[in-house]
Write a protein that binds this ligand. Structure first.
Ligand code: ZN
Length: 139
């Protein structure tokens, strides 16, 4: 156990995370690099944005299957999405788009869910900013 890391996480209250359909301050004490995942660890699926506890995910070799949308997730994804703020999530989706993010999501459900969570506006603002930056780079 890395105590410094644990201390850092405990004191890092400024970090925003998604939780229960909203965004709230980080008071979660899960270590990202700790492979011993507790069954009651909260997980947010990036493809359907449903949160769940880790024990609801079925394991398939190195993957974990989302109980809701059946997409395969790695441990790293399972543990990191829930700690992201909206901008970080937008960037994650933006980078993932070329590896088939939009093939894995039910677009209508996914956008509705973001709307419900109240992150839709912020998400698309950031997503468009990233897209604009990229097209600027290639001009
Ligand atoms: Zn899912």
């Amino acid at each position: 156990m890395n105590y410094n890391k644990l201390y850092e996480l405990k004191t890092d209250k400024q970090q925003m995370i998604f939780n229960n359909g909203g965004v709230q301050m980080n008071n979660c004490k899960v270590l990202i690099d700790n492979q011993q995942i507790q069954f009651d660890t909260k997980v947010l699926c990036p493809f359907c944005l449903n949160d769940n506890t880790f024990d609801k995910f079925k394991k398939d070799r190195a993957w974990y299957i989302c109980p809701k949308c059946k997409n395969l997730l790695t441990v790293k994804t399972c543990l990191s999405i829930i700690k992201m703020d909206v901008e970080q999530y937008a960037k994650w989706v933006f980078l993932y788009r070329l590896s088939g993010f939009f093939k894995k999501v039910d677009f209508e459900q996914w956008t509705n869910k973001m709307y419900e969570m109240g992150i839709s506006f912020k998400f698309w603002k950031e997503y468009k900013r990233l897209k604009g930056e990229e097209s600027y780079e290639y001009e």
